[in-house]
Design a protein. Sequence first.
Length: 123
Amino acid sequence: MKADMDMMKMDMPAVQRCMDDCGMCSTMCKETAMKCMTMESMSMQMMCMLQDCADMCQATMSCMMRCSPMSGKMCMTCADMCMNCADMCEKMGGKDEMMMRCAEMCRRCANSCKGMAQTSKAA
């Protein structure tokens, strides 16, 4: 019940935007991982990071959709994961356009999630 009331206090367009960013980030990470399979220089660590980030974004979005009382903690963890993934994409990607787009999407999602985590603490 408290989680429902906390969600009602939140800015619903911001909640929707965060869920959208999580969904887009998950998709972007999965697509990038698929492309990485064709790149000889891609490490297993990078592949794992992309899949972990995609899974975390999906789980976070699911928690927010059902107004889970764990949404704030999930958003904070997702923000950390997305920032780590963005950093790794930039380092590994060099001039690869898709890797750089993935890094950008991960940072966008991280910022949305960080804002949502802070809002959920205040609610």
